[in-house]
Design a protein around this ligand. Structure first.
Ligand code: PLP
Length: 342
């Protein structure tokens, strides 16, 4: 098989085979989940359906990142994340599609059980470097030094930061915001998404700038500088048009109250959110990102910060493979039995 190359338009379409991301993703009403939350007009944007080795928000970013890597003559994609990183898994899949090698710096112990995303990293042929526990900055530094090592070995590395949160990657969510407005026939009142690196939130904010839409990012406990990072990335990807009169949606709005004990830590509210989405809409959330985002949405509607009649879009960013990590599986099974109906 001849490996595909990114399309000349930068659209990331291999010369042969499927596009890297299946776009546009569906956007549909979720009336049963809406009723359970107290919302009359709830929609779900299905970026869990982007394709690319079980999909997720990183596929959109990778369309642009791989085109950039290819234009730079790279033969190896270098990135990293936690042991259940969706970004690492989808980058490994993108590398396969474009005939590149993938090296991953993971904040995981060498003995971490290869389940969920970590299993997929191996199946997809990535070279996995388990580096033990690292914080966000430590992980960014480890990715950069892995890139240097790959270059010292004579290969042409393209280094992608945690979450694909470079201006190139984030630009994909400027387009995604416009895709959404086209699907709805206008800007919604609210968009709610999970914040890891902040890149998705930043792109949506830039794409919706000048509209009344308020974008609520839900901190999942990754980086201490999240609010500043969202603002910085949003201005790096915006169209640069000066606005003397900012719209209500232009402010960076982050919920910091739902990540529990830290990144990836299960919380009772996120477990309930998983069960609620599953039992109202047959919608599968993930325990690290989207469950916390839905738990936050529930709180914001419950205390009136989001009005019951508002048009709200819950942005499903994917991540379901992590459900199968034992850390979540056992807790979720216990709750699934305990709450036969919610
Ligand atoms: C499933 C899922 N949702 C949301 C996010 C957060 O996206 P971002 O890093 O762009 O903030 C990630 C990032 O890793 C993710 O994997």
């Amino acid at each position: 098989m001849t490996p595909g190359r990114p399309g000349r338009d930068g659209g990331g379409t291999p010369a042969a085979g499927a596009p890297l991301a299946f776009l546009p993703t569906p956007c549909h009403p979720a009336p049963r989940l809406g009723a359970a939350l107290g919302l009359a007009d709830l929609w779900v944007k299905r970026d869990d359906q982007t394709g690319l080795a079980l999909g997720g928000n990183k596929a959109r970013k990778l369309v642009r990142l791989v085109a950039d890597a290819s234009a730079a003559g790279a033969d190896t994609l270098v990135t990293g994340g936690g042991p259940q990183s969706n970004h690492a898994r989808t980058t490994a899949a993108a590398a396969v599609r474009f005939g590149m090698r993938c090296e991953l710096a993971l904040a995981a112990d060498p003995g971490t059980e290869p389940v969920g995303n970590l299993l997929l990293d191996h199946l997809l042929g990535a070279v996995v470097h388990p580096l033990g526990p690292l914080d966000y900055d430590g992980l960014e530094a480890a990715i950069v030094s892995l890139g240097e090592r790959v270059r010292a070995e004579g290969r042409r590395a393209y280094v992608i930061p945690v979450g694909g949160a470079s201006p190139v990657g984030v630009g994909a969510y400027v387009d995604a915001a416009r895709e959404l407005v086209g699907q709805l026939g206008g800007a919604p009142d609210w968009v709610v998404c999970a914040d890891g690196s902040g890149g998705t939130h930043a792109g949506l904010l830039a794409g919706l700038a000048g509209t009344p839409t308020r974008v609520l990012g839900v901190d999942v406990g990754t980086r201490n500088d999240l609010d500043r990072a969202v603002a910085r990335l949003a201005s790096a990807t915006g169209d640069g048009t000066p606005r003397s009169d900012p719209a209500p949606g232009d402010a960076v709005l982050v919920d910091h109250d739902h990540y529990g004990a830290g990144y990836g830590a299960p919380t009772p509210e996120s477990a309930e959110a998983i069960i609620l989405a599953a039992r109202t809409e047959g919608l599968v959330l993930d325990p690290v990102y989207t469950a916390k985002a839905l738990a936050a949405l529930r709180t914001w509607v419950g205390d009136g910060r989001i009005e019951p009649g508002a048009r709200v879009v819950f942005w499903h960013t994917g991540g379901a493979p992590a459900l199968f990590a034992p850390r979540y599986r056992d807790e979720l099974m216990a709750r699934a039995y305990a709450s036969r109906s919610l």
